[in-house]
Design a protein around this ligand. Structure first.
Ligand SMILES: O=C[C@H](O)COP(=O)(O)O
Length: 319
């Protein structure tokens, strides 16, 4: 397990020095989806790895105790038992990386995982006026404290886009630093909402600022913006993670989120991590996929790997 990032002093000259080569980023992102394809056993292995990195998410106004219970059952048993047996991976004890819910559902999720004997799976809560962050700072900080009190071990905050868009990076830094303090022992994931940051330079700057303020993870999107996780944005963010690591020695995690629905997409994100940051960043302590419906497709692909045909929907009922 990597040492947690304590953050560093705000460094405006580092922020000012940021620039992004747009055509090169575009070219590299385009190659990612097509250059590397994994097949057969390798594909199944990558898909299983992707499962372990999923923050299995439900973030809906109509979330209830019963769908949170169902989500937690799925978190503990993400792939049908017969597939796990057929692939001979029972001893790996595969679960998802975390369950991600709204603050009001944290206590339900903690209870439900406990009842399922799966308290080792952390509950992550979005907080700070997710998804827009348009509530007073005092309220946003209190929301974090309450979610932690209810048992959240990871907190996904949204950054202040108004400050980011007006270039008030010190303001963003100060808020994120206070949020980190409010998290206590809980891990802090900072959502940049990249679809609302205007350009890739702002994405890089926001990534650096959050890491300087002590983020454990940087995350692309809430899943509620018009444009969510894209490979271009992902590339810029992982390059910022690399630069932060080279300058400070701290390893920060990355979480693309929003619109990731296919096993192929999940493998492409994994290959981005492997190629840009190395194998260490393809594991759940440094990589998560925020997704509400990705698991269905991964399970379907694994079914195809085992049986050589796609499942009828009644054959994967818990998906
Ligand atoms: O953080 C997770 C996202 O909200 C999930 O987005 P999604 O529903 O598009 O998978």
């Amino acid at each position: 397990m990597a040492a947690r990032n304590p953050g560093v002093e705000f460094d405006p000259s580092w922020i000012q020095s940021v620039h992004v080569n747009l055509p090169a980023t575009k070219r590299r992102a385009e190659q990612l989806g097509i250059r590397r394809t994994v097949k057969k056993h390798y594909q199944a292995a990558w898909e299983l790895r992707a499962v372990t990195c999923i923050d299995l998410t439900t973030l809906a106004g109509d979330d209830t105790l019963s769908n949170v219970n169902r989500l937690c059952f799925k978190a503990k048993n993400p792939v049908m038992r017969e597939l796990i047996k057929a692939m001979d991976v029972e001893d790996l004890g595969i679960t998802v990386g975390a369950v991600c819910v709204y603050p009001n559902r944290v206590a339900d999720a903690v209870r439900s995982l406990k009842a399922a004997g799966a308290s080792h799976i952390p509950v992550a809560s979005v907080a700070t006026g997710f998804p827009c962050g348009q509530t007073p700072l005092k309220t946003r900080l209190e929301e974090i404290r309450l979610a932690v009190e209810d048992g959240a071990r990871e907190i996904d905050i949204v950054i202040n886009r108004q400050m980011a868009l007006t270039g008030d990076w010190k303001g963003v830094y100060d808020e994120v630093k206070m949020m980190k303090e409010a998290c206590g022992e809980a891990h802090l994931k900072t959502i940049l909402a990249t679809g609302e940051l205007g350009n890739l330079v702002n994405v890089y700057k926001a990534s650096l600022v959050c890491m300087m303020a002590g983020a454990d993870f940087i995350k692309t999107s809430t899943g509620k913006e018009g444009v969510n996780a894209t490979l271009m944005v992902g590339l810029v963010m992982v390059r910022a993670i690399r630069e932060y690591f080279e300058r400070t020695g701290y390893k920060i995690g990355f979480k693309p989120a929003g619109g990731i629905r296919s096993a192929k997409d999940a493998c492409t994100w994994l290959s981005l991590m492997k190629e840009e940051l190395g194998d260490e960043w393809t594991r759940p302590d440094l990589f998560r996929l925020g997704a509400s419906s990705l698991l269905i497709d991964i399970e379907r692909q694994l079914f195809h790997f085992v049986y050589g045909r796609y499942a009828a929907s009644h054959e994967i009922p818990m998906s």
